[in-house]
Write a protein that binds this ligand. Structure first.
Ligand SMILES: Cc1cc2nc3c(=O)[nH]c(=O)nc-3n(C[C@H](O)[C@H](O)[C@H](O)COP(=O)(O)O)c2cc1C
Length: 351
């Protein structure tokens, strides 16, 4: 199918473009009878919205959610939820001079080749703005997961080459990078500010920890829990890699070192990152994703136009110099959607 829907029993379909009428999501498979208000969703959207610091896009969208269906007297009804955010601060004029050019690293060339037509205003559907619908749906999944005792926490682990050296969960929402080490966050901000002033951008690594998942969740073989989380993560614009637990280091380890041995209290280590055989072990699910540097930069680069003629491009629009802090809530939302879906699939299997 067309690729705009994700999940089976908890299923989301996002819609909308950066500079169209708005963006949003339809969520099907919501448990009925659960208290849900627009403010539950708004809280998460506010973490993703633009204009939060010097290194994120200055676009001023309030990102106010409109909850149009699926809720009655403050409770979910089990019918589809439709949530829409109207675009208020779209400025297509910033794209006028590059509308016939393909931005290096962005999806302009590939969208044009696939569809033969492209909404060049603010990257259309390939814009990070599409992820607002995911965050809205994720807020609902998160609420349902909380009832199961599951909590999700993501944060920036590395940005612009600077790594966090300690894990302080209290610091995450208090710094512009959503990094887990306040001292590293300051260095990241300083470095990214310099990079932005040089008309360039930076990438990073986001780590995510999910606590409270009971053992036995996941659907082998093609819908393994780790495979579905990887699918969810790689569907987010600019995420280019994922590793679980010990990650790529496994290739250098011996079996005796890597195996998570067990004693009467359970697993003694968690190199697997909480998933073995595509099924949760009951340990913390831990994974990291690589975020590429924002492709739209004001530095001059070579490209071609629609006719194939060589041109120079500078992308002057409103862009994030490092998208990591805004991707953190998107990562949390997508992993929440996967887990709520898999909990419901487990319940369906048991009949
Ligand atoms: C929250 C969020 C914000 C983003 N902001 C920008 C941006 O300001 N400028 C930009 O060029 N790309 C931005 N991106 C990345 C593009 O959406 C992405 O690079 C593009 O769709 C191409 O897809 P790919 O990088 O996955 O191949 C953002 C992505 C997310 C998730």
């Amino acid at each position: 199918m067309a690729g705009n829907s994700f999940g089976q029993t908890f299923r989301i379909t996002t819609f909308g473009e950066s500079h169209g009428g708005g963006v949003g999501v339809i969520v099907d498979g919501v448990t009925p009878g659960v208290e849900l208000s627009a403010s539950d969703v708004q809280e998460q959207l506010d973490r993703r919205k633009p204009g939060q610091s010097y290194i994120t896009t200055p676009r001023q969208e309030l990102d106010t959610v409109n909850l149009l269906s699926g809720v009655f007297q403050g409770m979910t009804t089990g019918t589809p939820l439709l949530m829409i955010l109207y675009n208020k601060d779209a400025d297509p004029s910033a794209y006028d001079n590059i509308k016939d050019l393909f931005r290096p690293g962005h999806a302009d060339f590939t969208y044009y080749k696939k569809y033969g037509i492209r909404d060049w205003r603010g990257s259309g559907r390939a814009s990070g703005r599409e992820t607002a619908g995911r965050v809205a749906a994720g807020a609902v999944a998160r609420k349902l997961l909380a009832r199961r005792g599951v909590s999700v926490l993501a944060y920036t682990l590395k940005a612009a080459g600077i790594s966090c050296e300690k894990f302080d969960p209290e610091a995450i929402e208090k710094n512009a990078l959503r990094a887990c080490d306040p001292a590293a966050a300051e260095k990241m901000l300083e470095k990214i500010t310099r990079i932005k002033d040089d008309n360039d951008s930076a990438g990073g690594i986001i780590e995510c920890r999910v606590r409270g998942v009971t053992p036995g969740i996941g659907e082998p073989v093609f819908d393994k829990l780790d495979a579905e989380i990887a699918h969810a993560m790689l569907s987010i614009g600019a995420i280019k890699g994922i590793e679980f637990g010990a990650g790529f280091r496994v290739s250098d380890m011996r079996g005796s070192e890597h195996n998570d041995t067990m004693d009467a209290n359970g697993f003694r280590t968690n190199n697997a990152g909480g998933i073995i055989g595509g099924i949760s072990t009951g340990e913390e699910i831990i994974f990291r994703v690589a975020v590429k540097p924002t492709s739209s930069i004001a530095k001059a680069q070579q490209t071609v136009d629609l006719t194939g003629a060589e041109r120079t491009i500078r992308t002057e629009g409103r862009h994030d110099a490092c998208i990591c802090p805004r991707v953190v809530p998107v990562v949390e939302a997508m992993v929440s959607i996967v887990l709520e879906d898999h909990y419901k699939r487990q319940a369906a299997m048991l009949g």
